[in-house]
Ligand binder design. Structure first.
Ligand code: PLP
Length: 406
């Protein structure tokens, strides 16, 4: 019997970033020295006081189910932390804790989007948004943000794409993969457009605290009166180096939070109790670890961007935030190798370039196609200075190799 998988699964694909991670891991397991610049996760350990929270929870036998939408104490702490960091004013009944930011976004979209509803997604986008929308039966409407404008989403572009079936606009600032921050005033204008047209605005704040050059973390949730149209999606994964703990949250109007809790009650139930206790200490504790990480990321940002710019044929804008560089490598596409016109060293697209880079130099990067932006590569600098330099050296060698010379 051939397995007939449900349409909702056939409509989506495995996350391309996770697929690359698996391929890089496979090579590492064979003993190959892979420089992995594909990973979207901090290389720093979870802060000590956060780990302590989890250890205490285990020792005190806090290992049972909690309320489906997260422990009331944690929801209160998240609202208080969000208020102190961004100036918002959410109450615990407007907060749900989920198994990571991705889960919170998945729940919000499942709870809101009906078959055929349109969801506006700026390009380049985080790999999961389109598939999460398609899984819910929604129609993805892409808005292309030009590289010449630093991939910044503008309110006029949003307005131009809104139609009678638009349910939701998703924004991510600073964004994965380009690191672009939407300027504060522009963000407010995007919110104004959405609220005027009765469209939801989902703001993914996953990288909120990793911003450079004096930029401050910003949340659209602080705009007075914005609650009826705004969903804030947050994650402790990057901010507190907690990717494996799987804690994220959403802040939204109470009826929507209730719908998300209902959905969660029939899928995952409450997030891991031990992780919730760790999160409680993250929310209540000091933020020194974040300052330290940011300083390191900032140094690595300089080293990555300068290293990329030193490779002929690559241009790279310094990211405003996150820990990703998103260089333009189009000059290296469609070149003919002297010896193998269509073989190694010839790339039609960045997916092929990334594949050959991993094959011959064991450097893992994510091709722009995964984010809807062919011609680019995403390099994560959430790894040590030495590994970044090694990766860039191999990449320069690869792009200069006789096979890839035209
Ligand atoms: N949003 C963005 C833009 C991301 O890059 C990620 C993870 O890579 C997430 C959300 C979800 O993170 P998590 O599910 O680990 O909280």
């Amino acid at each position: 019997m051939t397995l007939q998988v449900a349409g909702r699964v056939n409509r989506i694909s495995v996350s391309p970033t996770l697929a690359i991670m698996m391929e890089a891991d496979r090579r590492k397991a064979l003993g190959i020295d892979v420089v992995d610049l594909s990973l979207g996760e901090p290389d720093f350990p979870t802060p000590v006081h956060v780990k302590r929270g989890a250890i205490n929870a285990i020792e005190r036998d806090f290992t049972k189910y909690t309320a489906t939408g997260g422990m009331p104490l944690l929801r209160e702490a998240i609202c208080a932390w969000h208020a102190s960091q961004f100036g918002s004013s959410y109450s615990p009944d407007e907060c749900i804790v989920s198994a990571g930011g991705k889960h919170a976004i998945f729940n919000a979209i499942q709870a809101l989007v009906e078959e055929g509803d349109e969801v506006v997604i700026p390009v380049p986008y985080w790999v999961s948004y389109p598939d999460i929308v398609r899984c819910a039966g929604g129609r993805v409407v892409m808005v292309h943000t030009p590289a010449s404008d630093g991939f910044c989403l503008r309110a006029e572009q949003v307005e131009a794409t809104l139609g009678s079936r638009t349910k939701l606009v998703i924004v991510n600032s600073p964004n994965n993969p380009a690191g672009t921050i939407i300027p504060r005033r522009e963000f407010e204008r995007i919110y104004e457009v959405c609220s005027r047209r009765g469209v939801w605005l989902l703001s993914d704040e996953c990288y909120s605290h990793f911003v450079y050059d004096g930029a401050e973390p910003y949340s659209v949730g602080k705009i007075p009166g914005s609650k009826p149209y705004v969903i804030v999606a947050g994650s402790l994964s990057k901010t507190f180096a907690m990717t494996g703990w799987r804690i994220g949250y959403a802040l939204a109007p109470q009826p929507l939070v209730q719908a998300m809790v209902k959905l969660q009650s029939q899928s995952t139930s409450s997030p891991c109790t031990i992780s919730q206790y760790a999160a409680l200490d993250a929310m209540r504790g000091n933020m020194e670890a974040i300052t330290t990480m940011l300083e390191q990321y900032n140094r690595r940002r300089t080293c990555t961007v300068e290293g990329l710019r030193a490779i002929p044929g690559i241009t790279c804008t310094a990211p405003d935030g996150t820990f990703y560089a998103f260089p333009d490598v189009t000059a290296h596409l469609h070149r003919r190798s002297r010896t193998h016109p269509t073989g190694p060293g010839h790339f039609e697209n960045t997916a092929e370039l990334a594949r050959q880079l991993l094959e011959s130099e064991h450097v893992a990067v994510v091709p722009g196609e995964a984010f809807g932006a062919p011609g680019h590569l995403r390099l994560s600098y959430a790894t040590s200075h030495d590994r970044i330099e090694e990766g860039l050296m191999r990449m320069a060698r690869f792009l200069r190799s006789p096979e890839s010379q035209s």
